[in-house]
Design a protein. Structure first.
Length: 95
């Protein structure tokens, strides 16, 4: 399985696909200098295969491209940042 992510650049959605098969999606919004990750979905049958991780990493890349900080609202994104202490400087609430 090859996970390919695509960002709709402005509509707040990142999709993960393997060919024509949808694997998951991430919804975000950019407001007040922050990219808020609102929801991360991995579709049934694709859990535990790195889809969610790929989606969150694509959102982080978008935040860096937009030069904004990340606010991980959804629990999956929050857990991702909890496990990656080296990325704490990218968080909006980093002190």
């Amino acid at each position: 399985m090859e996970t390919i992510v695509s960002n709709d650049n402005g509509h707040g959605r990142i999709d993960a696909q393997d060919g024509d098969i949808a694997l998951g999606k991430l919804e975000y919004e950019i407001t007040g200098g922050n990219l808020s990750i609102l929801h991360t979905y991995t579709f049934k049958g694709y859990e535990g295969k790195g889809v969610g991780k790929a989606l969150v990493e694509a959102a982080i890349e978008e935040a860096q491209r937009q030069k904004v900080l990340v606010n991980p609202v959804c629990s999956f994104a929050q857990t991702y940042f909890d496990r990656h202490k080296d990325l704490q400087h990218l968080l909006a609430n980093h002190t």
